[in-house]
Ligand binder design. Structure first.
Ligand SMILES: [Zn+2]
Length: 469
């Protein structure tokens, strides 16, 4: 059994602000250990810590069983730490006061209900850690992570999920290539992948965090909507499935799904691993297939009718290179995907018409009417109204293009507004100083086909209604 606690990052005392972790960590490093006081909760009497629990902890500690405390900063998205528990006591008299941070020495006796002696305090990845834990008494309680994040409970007794498989996080996660790791390397199982630092999550398909981005993904055939032509992947986000892997509800824009969207925004590399379960995967085990980038993402109704997140990934490795690197590992009856050519030409944009539409609109955003210029010339985007690509299949023609500044491009793509039948800009929250009528600015020679705007509008309502349910 381990303990999970939440804490405030900073604490005020005598008009000074203290960094709670820094204070405890430095004392632990100097003294070998430090006492962590658990504050009495307001309005609650007694220690709130059952004898039964204390006895369990004490017998674990007596038998030298590794006992940890996981310390989470109070707000979702903040940091998390892990430390080794050496002792747990209720009585202030049982602690060594020299190992108590100075700032709360004088108040500790009255404001704390429990003291935990800690050593080896170190930061861990918040989402990976949450994922590695389950409630001690009710492992089937899948709402554990969520209720914990929402702050409905401040204390949990946990154990590690798959205790034997999951190793504490010592090597830090990293983006990009791993030195010495060749494209086409095959690993026996998920544990080997984990130990090699290739994919540091033993169960999840997406490894990373919603604050940092995704380091790696595993394609293991768990989602019916996945699509893969080796150099191009349409990857389904996580969530919404029952135990049998059937999609039974909408996916949410949290954790791994949010992480992958950050990869797109910040152009962060993703390591791709294919499992033996998928057609393009190896005969056995899991294979590292190199670095890919998230080029696009959106929500869609999946085959089963629920909203899923979809991520388009491509690689800078050529199809030919991949084929050569991976050839030896393919399944016996394997046939290379034929679709690759189709995809790459379909999504290759016609730069000539983009240039033309920009010229027609004087490189000015059709929504805000602003002209932006950098050292290399005007800054604006030729944006497809009905997107190109695997699902939307919008055509690459001038009638399907708008000229937008980067902000309005993003807002348009992510349904921050829509354009109605009269070309009026609707539901955009910001003011448009250079376009007070809030009507799309159009050059007569740039004919926009209303059917594409209608397509965008329909998506807009589908998605915004969905998310306001
Ligand atoms: Zn604009």
């Amino acid at each position: 059994m381990h303990l999970v606690l939440k804490f405030e990052t900073k604490t005020e005392h005598n008009n000074n602000s203290y960094d709670v972790i820094r204070e405890h960590k430095s004392l632990a490093e100097n003294e070998g250990s430090v006492w962590w006081g658990k504050t009495v909760r307001e309005g609650k009497s007694g220690s709130g810590f059952a004898d039964k629990r204390l006895n369990t902890f004490n017998s674990q500690l007596d038998s030298n069983i590794e006992t940890n405390v996981y310390l989470f900063e109070n707000k979702p998205g903040e940091k998390a730490y892990q430390a080794k528990v050496l002792n747990i006591v209720r009585d202030f008299k049982d602690i060594d006061i020299d190992k108590l941070p100075n700032y709360y020495k004088e108040n500790a006796e009255t404001t704390n209900e429990l003291f935990i002696e800690l050593s080896e305090i170190h930061e861990v990845d918040r989402s990976v850690t949450l994922e590695s834990l389950e409630r001690f008494d009710s492992p089937e309680d899948v709402g554990f992570v969520k209720s914990f994040q929402d702050g409905q409970s401040s204390r949990f007794y946990v154990r590690k999920r798959l205790e034997r498989e999951f190793r504490p996080q010592r090597i830090s996660d990293q983006f990009g290539e791993i030195s010495g790791l060749k494209v086409g390397s095959v690993f026996k199982d998920r544990k080997e992948l984990f130990d090699a630092g290739v994919h540091r999550a033993t169960m999840a398909g997406i490894c990373g965090s919603q604050e940092i981005g995704a380091y790696s993904i595993v394609l293991s055939g768990g989602y019916e909507d996945d699509f893969d032509s080796l150099d191009r992947i349409l990857y389904t986000g996580h969530g919404g499935q029952d135990e049998k892997g059937k999609q039974v509800k909408d996916q949410e824009f949290t954790r791994g799904n949010k992480a992958l969207s950050l990869n797109m925004e910040e152009n962060l590399p993703v390591r791709v691993i294919r499992g033996y379960q998928v057609e393009n995967g190896p005969e056995n085990g899991y294979r590292y297939d190199g670095i890919y980038y998230v080029r696009n993402f959106y929500t869609e109704k999946g085959k089963s009718g629920f909203n899923i997140y979809r991520y388009e990934l491509t690689t800078d490795q050529s199809f030919q290179y991949l084929k050569e690197q991976l050839e030896d590992t393919f399944k016996e009856d394997y046939e290379l995907p034929e679709r690759t050519e189709v995809f790459s030409t379909r999504t290759k944009r016609n730069q000539r018409i983009v240039k033309k539409v920009k010229e027609l609109n004087s490189y000015t955003c059709q929504v805000c009417g602003e002209f932006f210029e950098g050292v290399n010339g005007p800054i604006c985007v030729g944006a497809h109204i009905q997107p190109l690509g695997l699902i939307h299949e919008g055509p690459d023609v001038i009638e399907n293009l708008l000229v937008l500044c980067p902000n309005h491009h993003e807002l348009f793509d992510r349904y921050g507004f829509y354009i109605d039948e009269n070309f009026k800009i609707q539901n955009l929250k910001q003011e448009l100083i250079n376009n007070e009528k809030r009507k799309l600015r159009i050059n007569k020679k740039h004919k926009i086909n209303p059917k594409f705007l209608k397509y965008h509008r329909e998506k807009y309502f589908e998605i915004t209604l969905k998310s306001s349910d």
